[in-house]
Design a protein around this ligand. Structure first.
Ligand SMILES: Nc1nc2c(ncn2[C@@H]2O[C@H](COP(=O)(O)OP(=O)(O)O)[C@@H](O)[C@H]2O)c(=O)[nH]1
Ligand SMILES: [Mg+2]
Length: 237
């Protein structure tokens, strides 16, 4: 049986971005299954996705209710993709920061590696049009993660990644402590500790042009605190 690649896209208020993104991915990788995990966005993101899903059976919408969060949405998307048997399972942001043209490189690398990180901090990677403060905070977060979680990767906070199903399947996703953006390095930490083969490939990260970032000071502080919660969980999972 051939498995389809899945692309998990968490969304909150991305009505201006989601349609062009889905159409571009459908053009580039028509065999991919696109799983949008939306947190009842008040701007109608879910309705935009439903319209496209009516024409393209590859597009699936998970409409979440209750507590919202990038982490909660990501976990639900992964659980769904694993349960459907999709392989490999990629994740990316909806805001135009992650270029769909790069997806084939992830799929190619995932043929010989278990986890592929799209890295902004490799020599050939880049961050474009983002403010100095955000760049400095991202650098600090990556530094702290490397030290306290003992991971050697240059970009542990990138949300553009690809996992072989066997890697995500081996993780108890219900044990994740992150409800917010720290989910990206929490999942990576568990894959790293389990000894999966993890590789980084360069990406250009373009700061969003439409819509607003959902990262607040509170969420950022929470993500820094999570480094220590994840470390405390340690080998117990
Ligand atoms: N489902 C869901 N998606 C979210 C949430 N917060 C952020 N996202 C999505 O996660 C991705 C990254 O978020 P973004 O706000 O761009 O963060 P930034 O790139 O760090 O500024 C985007 O696709 C967002 O729409 C949330 O609470 N729920
Ligand atoms: Mg963004």
């Amino acid at each position: 049986m051939t498995s389809f690649p899945a692309i998990v896209i968490p969304t909150y208020n991305e009505a201006q971005n989601i349609e062009p993104l889905l159409r571009q991915i459908l053009r580039l990788i028509p065999e991919a299954r696109l799983i949008v995990v939306d947190d009842a966005s008040p701007d109608g993101t879910g309705e935009c996705v439903k319209k496209i899903a009516a024409d393209f059976s590859q597009v699936e919408l998970i409409s979440r209710t209750g507590a919202r969060g990038r982490g909660l949405a990501g976990v639900q998307g992964f659980e769904y993709a694993v349960q459907k048997g999709y392989d490999p399972i990629l994740e990316m942001d909806a805001d135009g920061s992650h270029a769909p043209e790069k997806i084939p490189d992830f799929l190619e690398a995932a043929r010989s590696h278990d986890v592929v990180i799209g890295s902004r901090y490799l020599k050939k990677g880049a961050i474009k049009n983002r403010g100095m403060l955000r760049n400095a905070l991202s650098g600090m977060a990556n530094g702290a993660i490397r030290v306290f979680l003992k991971m050697p990767y240059k970009d542990c906070t990138s949300g553009f990644r690809c996992f072989r199903k066997k890697a995500l399947e081996s993780i108890d996703l219900s044990s994740m402590v992150s409800t917010g953006p720290s989910i990206v390095f929490e999942v990576l930490e568990v894959c790293h500790r389990k000894g999966f083969d993890i590789v980084e490939i360069p990406i250009d990260f373009l700061n969003r042009e439409r819509g607003d970032s959902k990262l607040t000071i509170g969420k950022l502080a929470d993500a820094f605190g999570m480094i220590f919660k994840i470390r405390a969980k340690g080998k117990n999972r």
